[in-house]
Design a protein around this ligand. Structure first.
Ligand SMILES: Cc1ncc(C[n+]2csc(CCOP(=O)(O)OP(=O)(O)O)c2C)c(N)n1
Ligand SMILES: [Mg+2]
Length: 335
């Protein structure tokens, strides 16, 4: 199978961003934190300490973090079942996320949502949603509200996968958003699989940017394993949304982790996984920073240590936190 990243021109590491060391540091830090967060979640799951299911986006950190960081603080995002990376990118506190996944009262949703329902309204994270494709219509609702309230400088980004791209709700949403000129950024994270189904088995036309044409929308495309390419393309797409209306942004990436908690990888080869591991976004960005002399080895190692400590602290705080009380079990239940 062709590696899509090789097909795209590597916008990797635009010179203009090289001066902004704080931005580069934040990108690497958030991607590293996202990676270590998910590795820890997997470890806790394997030890039987975490209940329910989990979907890890190991290998997809640049797509989630790069896009979330390119948005404005007041912008909204809606993430999928594989939403830890974008949530961290948008600034959600990892202590509250870890506590949420462990079902604790100190969780970002008081321990009631778990991995697939991390919402943090203060950070503009309206919801994480395990129903494939369900983000898109919710994003239209949020964007309609933005428009009706006359807010000119806010967009709502809906993350969804290549599998979700075939859902009716996504097509209806793209049509509705286009017709009504809503500020929606349709953010398609193409990791090339829906569970075990490769996109070539799920759709005849695998160039997902073409989905925009039928709805009169513009599309953007980037190497989703290159955090700077993701960041810059998202900025461009966001400006377009504010100026012209909704658009589609396709980010090509790959999850080297399994689909869900258990995955024997019988649908893909070890060679394929290794090929993508070689362009994994965290190591790739670290190497870039080193090779260009932008960061010293000690600084990169420091970010790694800081991220590891941050996750250890999150776990320690979460285990020390109280469980939600049964007395409050139906608080905040609206239906
Ligand atoms: C409406 C609906 N159908 C099926 C499922 C089961 N399911 C969970 S994840 C998934 C694959 C989604 O693939 P994609 O949209 O590419 O996202 P990815 O898992 O690759 O991040 C499926 C079919 C679901 N959760 N919701
Ligand atoms: Mg997918």
């Amino acid at each position: 199978m062709e590696c899509v990243v090789n097909r795209l021109s590597c916008a990797c590491m635009d010179e203009s961003l090289s001066d902004d060391r704080e931005l580069l540091r934040e990108m690497l830090e958030k991607m590293t934190v996202a990676r270590k967060f998910e590795e820890k979640v997997f470890e806790l799951y394997c030890k039987g300490l975490l209940h329910g299911t989990i979907h890890l986006g190991i290998g997809e950190e640049a797509a989630g973090v790069g896009t979330a960081m390119a948005l404005a603080p007041d912008d909204y995002i809606l993430v999928t079942h594989r939403g830890h990376g974008p949530a961290i990118g948008k600034g959600c506190c990892v202590n509250a996320m870890m506590a949420e996944i462990l079902g604790k009262q100190s969780g970002v949703c008081c321990g009631r949502g778990g991995s697939m329902h991390i919402a943090d309204l203060d950070k503009g994270i309206l919801d994480a949603n395990g129903i494939v494709g369900a983000n898109a219509p919710i994003a239209c609702g949020a964007a309609l509200t933005i428009k009706l309230r006359g807010i000119k400088d806010r967009v709502c980004a809906a993350f969804f996968g290549d599998g979700a791209a075939n859902q009716g709700a996504v097509h209806e949403s793209m049509n509705f958003a286009a017709v009504r000129g809503l500020p929606v950024l349709f953010c398609l994270v193409n990791n090339q699989y829906g569970v075990s189904m490769h996109i070539s088995g799920a759709m005849k036309e695998t160039d997902l940017t073409k989905r925009a044409i039928g709805y009169g929308m513009k599309s953007f495309e980037c190497d989703g394993n290159d955090v700077l390419a993701v960041y810059e393309t998202t900025k461009e797409a966001r400006e377009y949304v504010l100026r012209e209306g909704p658009c589609l942004l396709v980010e090509h990436t790959y999850r080297t982790s399994g689909h869900s908690k258990s995955d024997r990888n019988l649908y893909r080869s070890q060679e394929e996984i290794a090929q993508w591991e070689a362009v994994n976004p965290v190591a790739r960005f670290s190497n870039f920073l080193l090779e260009r002399g932008l960061f010293a080895r000690e600084e990169i190692d420091g970010i790694d240590r800081y991220s590891k400590d941050a996750i250890e602290t999150a776990v320690r705080l979460a285990f020390a936190a109280p469980d939600p009380s049964t007395a409050g079990a139906i608080d905040d239940v609206y239906a």
